[in-house]
Design a binder for this molecule. Structure first.
Ligand SMILES: [Zn+2]
Length: 265
């Protein structure tokens, strides 16, 4: 896509928002009509996009404003907990409530240890995704799911004692900064990038969005997400959210979450 300067984006936004240009003819009437046609929501969307997103994404949104607004409404109709940002600059509290948690034990899902739990809606979506993938001969195993704040305190401190803080911060979240505390995240199989390129990983890359899952920390976006690439770590963002992310945010979850966070607050 052709790059857009900030100014051209703003001009485009103004054009989209105000529609037809005013001529001198019947100026007063047209001015009144224009004022009526001011679309507050479109202005808001455009200003968030311009201030927070890379230029190609700004263009994507501004050039498709009506469709974007409709798709945004579908995402906003979902439970907002599926779009909470949890990272080093947006910490969850120690008592964050993940909603109803379901045990993965005895559910016909391959797990690498007992006692793991997931948020209920996420669990249902995962169950469907795993059973569909199994029909294609694939073997997805859950290696990590919900982790509470206290668990993350222990894990983070353990890594620091082993690797030091600087190294630890590239791959482990400090307490409150882990998406796992949301109860909507699964680590699959190896929990190593040896997972990348396996038929399971390829299948997830192709199909996870259909079940509402998206990769949280993609390759090449370490500076954006604050984490190293994790080919195994998927977060449930609802089907509407996963489509929204693909359509307008280059399939980068972090940009979608940032946008939604600004839009809501
Ligand atoms: Zn993970």
């Amino acid at each position: 896509m052709k790059p857009y300067s900030k100014l051209s984006i703003l001009m485009l936004a103004v054009f989209l928002v105000f529609g037809a240009s005013c001529t001198a003819k019947e100026k007063k009437v047209q001015q009144a009509e224009t004022e009526e046609a001011v679309d507050e929501e479109a202005i808001r969307i455009a200003s968030i996009a311009v201030s927070q997103l890379p230029e190609n994404m700004q263009g994507n949104i501004l050039n498709n404003m009506d469709a974007f607004k409709a798709d945004l409404a579908a995402v906003l109709a979902e439970d907002s907990r599926f779009f909470i940002i949890a990272d080093k600059s947006h910490l969850l509290t120690a008592d964050y409530n993940p909603g109803e948690l379901v045990s993965l034990d005895g559910k016909g899902i391959k797990v690498n240890k007992k006692g793991m739990k997931l948020e209920k809606v996420t669990f249902e979506a995962l169950k469907k995704m795993i059973s569909d993938s199994a029909e294609e001969g694939l073997s997805l195993m859950v290696s990590s799911a919900y982790r509470d704040y206290k668990y993350q305190v222990g894990l983070y401190n353990y890594y620091i004692s082993k690797y030091g803080k600087e190294k630890t911060d590239t791959f482990s979240a400090p307490p409150g900064a882990s998406q796992h505390q949301l109860g909507t995240v699964i680590d699959f199989n190896d929990v190593e990038n040896t997972f990348a390129g396996t038929k399971e990983e390829k299948w997830l890359t192709e199909n996870a969005w259909k079940y509402g899952f998206s990769l949280s920390f993609p390759k090449g976006y370490e500076d954006v997400t604050g984490y190293d690439w994790e080919s195994w770590h998927f977060r449930y963002v609802t089907r509407a959210g996963a489509e929204f992310q693909k359509k307008y945010f280059d399939n980068i979850q972090h940009y979608m979450l940032l946008f939604l966070d600004s839009y809501r607050n």
